[in-house]
Design a protein around this ligand. Structure first.
Ligand code: NDP
Length: 498
């Protein structure tokens, strides 16, 4: 039998698929079966990034002058192509990132939703008119594209996150350089193929794969890049924000989370448990909105823990490509090492390991990065597992006397992305909504996700700059220009100000 040949994928610059200037490539492996090579990709460097920026400047000249409804037509077309290829794309996500196929299908659906929403903005993109204080004068605002923008994305949503940055950037008339996570370049290649097939003019979307320290950094440093949309770790996001600020670049940085759910004693326990188990262990906990902490009112604490452990013990761990598996492998050896390290830290800190805690081995488990869903109880706010983003299937549980103490625990971390309370008491729900320090707040629902027509983002170490999605995305990807027109027939005396 002939050996299967590994396919080599190229960068997409100026409407052409090209090798990197470095001449080097790297391989990506399936996290569920590390012997399976997903593909070979370009290890690009700064020179490739700068070629892509130059190409984007060319693309911008065409695209910025294309009417927004005409840009929308291309995004709608791309959405249709994505729909046609949905199953293949979902499998690609599972094979290169590892997540369960049902989650990968959901990711494609989410990407299509944002494309639909962003394309709709092509017929809105409102400015406003307002009376001028001067006679015979018209005053209004209009939106212009930012220019060339850099899109730097993580591996945990290799299709949806790029889609929710790229579609809004495009509808606003920007040209872009897309630098996907090194771990998940195949989804990125397929997204670029989709826009190519949809008829996006050459140079408007450029894809460069390769290490963030070189390709991403070159985008940050380039004076021709006017804005950066980043999602990833707080560490990299903070540095990128500071470096961009020095160069007066607009930045939106979506970063980590340590999302907490509060369960009050009057909560619908079944609903709460369903949301928490899905929030903590779905997508192997590798979501920025994953549930990482649960704070339970003491009256129901013991009952809650018993049921939580029981439900968690029924989760089936395995290769995400099989729909029967609930929890898939972690996405890389690094992720596995990091999660196991935190489990060790939690044990050393004195938290009680109530469930899981081991790397899984034997049979198919030996081929991938599998760790059991893990629950720590008796956690206190000073512990590292209570404060730091673990980004894996590890849930920490706290006991609280009442809502007030529960909110204090919830707010005790530097992150502030998403949060939730389960209660039937409307007064308590509002008390929570008004005091919890997160950018997204849920009542009787899990910490996960968000809808594409609403702003997405967090406070503190979870995010900085304009929110993503919804109309907030248009605010980020455009500059607002204020126009004054004096249409008087003759010169008039005008106030002198500013
Ligand atoms: P990073 O923040 O390192 O990577 C995110 C993106 O930034 C990738 O495309 C990466 O490229 C790029 N990048 C890395 N360094 C630079 C740089 N100096 N300049 C510009 N771009 C850069 O996250 P990791 O993938 O390393 O994950 C580490 C941890 O971050 C996770 O364990 C998790 O805790 C957190 N994380 C949080 C996410 C969230 O959604 N909140 C998403 C992903 C990670 P490359 O891949 O080539 O390094």
């Amino acid at each position: 039998m002939a050996a299967t040949q590994t396919k080599t994928y190229q960068n997409y610059i100026g409407g052409k698929w090209v090798d990197s200037v470095t001449g080097r490539t790297y391989q990506v492996h399936n996290p569920a079966r590390t012997g399976q090579v997903v593909g070979e990709f370009q290890t690009s460097g700064a020179e490739d990034a700068l070629q892509a920026v130059a190409s984007a400047k060319g693309g911008l000249a065409v695209w910025a002058n294309t009417p927004a409804p005409a840009r929308a037509a291309i995004i709608y077309k791309a959405m249709e192509i994505m729909g046609r290829r949905a199953e293949e794309l979902a499998e690609t996500i599972t094979i290169e990132e590892g997540k369960p196929i049902a989650d990968a299908r959901g990711e494609i659906k989410r990407a299509m939703n944002i494309m639909e929403y962003a394309a709709g903005e092509g017929r809105r993109m409102f400015g406003y008119t307002t009376p001028s204080e001067l006679p015979n004068t018209v005053a209004y605002t209009v939106r212009r594209p930012l220019g060339v923008v850099g899109i730097i994305t993580p591996w945990n949503f290799p299709m949806a996150i790029p889609a929710w940055k790229i579609a809004p950037a495009l509808i606003c008339g920007n040209a872009l350089v897309f630098k996907p996570a090194s771990a998940t370049p195949l989804s990125a290649v397929k997204l670029a193929e989709i826009y190519e097939e949809a008829g996006l003019p050459a140079g408007v979307l450029n894809l460069v794969t390769g290490p963030g320290g070189q390709v991403g950094n070159a985008l940050v440093e380039s004076p021709d890049v006017k804005g950066i949309s980043f999602t990833g770790s707080t560490e990299v996001g903070t540095e990128l924000y500071a470096e961009s600020a020095k160069r007066l670049k607009k930045v939106q940085a979506e970063m980590g989370g340590k999302n907490a759910v509060i369960v009050l004693s009057d909560a619908d326990m079944d609903k709460a448990l369903g949301g928490i188990v899905q929030g903590a262990f779905g997508s192997t906990g590798q979501r920025c909105t994953a549930t990482s902490r649960v704070i339970v009112e003491e009256a129901v604490y013991d009952e809650f823990i018993a049921e939580l452990v029981d439900r968690t013990s029924k989760l089936k761990v395995g290769d995400g490509i099989y729909p029967a598996n609930d929890v898939a492998p972690l996405s890389s050896q690094n992720q596995k090492d990091k999660v196991l390290e935190y489990i060790g830290v939690g044990t050393e800190e004195g938290a009680h390991l109530a469930f899981g805690g081991r790397a899984l081995s034997g049979g198919d488990f030996d081929q991938g990065y599998y760790v059991e869903p893990t629950i720590f109880t008796e956690v206190s706010t000073g512990m590292r597992i209570a404060k730091e983003e673990i980004f894996g299937p590890v849930l920490t549980v706290f006991k609280a006397r009442d809502l007030k103490e529960a909110i204090e625990i919830s707010n005790s971390v530097e992150f502030g992305l998403s949060s939730s309370v389960y209660t039937k008491d409307i007064t308590k729900a509002y008390q929570y909504i008004n005091t919890v320090e997160t950018g997204m707040v849920h009542v009787n629902a899990s910490t996960l996700g968000g809808e594409v027509h609403l702003p997405f983002g967090g406070l503190g170490a979870s995010g900085v700059g304009a929110r993503e999605q919804g109309t907030a995305a248009v605010d980020f990807f455009t500059e607002v220009i204020t126009v004054y027109i004096d249409h008087a027939a003759e010169a008039t005396e005008r106030a002198r100000f500013i």
